[in-house]
Design a protein around this ligand. Structure first.
Ligand SMILES: N[C@@H](CCC(=O)N[C@@H](CS)C(=O)NCC(=O)O)C(=O)O
Length: 203
């Protein structure tokens, strides 16, 4: 088993943190994005989307999509500590929050990055106003999340789950690409400090 990874990526970081929380070590193969390695036929045969992370299983098959990989890890490789929930109601709550963090926070931050950063110039179609609007949405979602976090310690309740990992990775990307958490969002700042101080945060 091995993971095709991109050190600086948000979705790849999500899987690395998830594995670290499970105390699992899976060999990593770093894909050279700058050299376009992910767009070569050899990589596309693993994931036709040309994206990382990709988990190669011992039977030679491949799984992509970070959440799918995390689910496989929890259900097949290492159930504990449980990060997707146990009882149906808890699983549904965590799923709800994980989707909110992915669609509401991660995607706007990624969209802003893709449309505004010189890094993607010539590699992606870029429309500045689309990027600006996405950043505005991300800031609005941060304000909303700040309110939400006034009443609880973590994103989906009183313990750290996959929803925290998704939000944490989205906000690390935001911090590195021009949409940091505004200090006036004291609850969000408190939460981000807490999750960033976990031993797994630098995975
Ligand atoms: N929805 C996918 C997103 C995968 C994704 O966008 N991965 C980034 C790195 S974190 C990537 O491979 N980017 C390369 C590119 O866009 O060319 C997931 O959750 O795994």
């Amino acid at each position: 088993m091995r993971i095709f990874d991109l050190k600086a990526g948000a979705s790849t970081r999500r899987v690395r943190i998830f594995l670290a929380e499970k105390l699992l070590q899976i060999p990593i193969v770093e894909v050279d994005l700058a050299a376009g390695e992910n767009l070569r036929p050899e990589f596309l045969s693993k994931n036709p989307m040309g994206r990382m992370p990709v988990l190669e299983l011992d039977d030679g098959t491949f799984l992509s999509e970070s959440v799918a990989i995390c689910r496989y890890v929890e259900e097949e490789l290492q159930p504990e500590p449980n990060l997707f929930g146990s009882a149906p109601r808890e699983r549904a709550e965590i799923e709800m929050w994980n989707r909110r963090m992915e669609f509401g926070l991660m995607i706007p931050i990624m969209t802003g990055f893709e449309h505004l950063s010189p890094f993607w110039k010539g590699k992606r179609i870029q429309h500045g106003p689309v990027g600006e609007q996405a950043r505005q949405v991300a800031l609005e979602r941060m304000a909303w999340l700040d309110d939400e976090l006034s009443g609880r310690e973590f994103i989906a309740g009183s313990r750290y789950t996959v929803a925290d990992i998704t939000a944490q990775c989205a906000l690390v990307l935001g911090k590195n690409t021009g949409v940091p958490i505004d200090a006036k969002f004291s609850n969000l700042t408190r939460w981000f400090k807490e999750v960033s101080s976990r031993p797994t945060a630098r995975a």
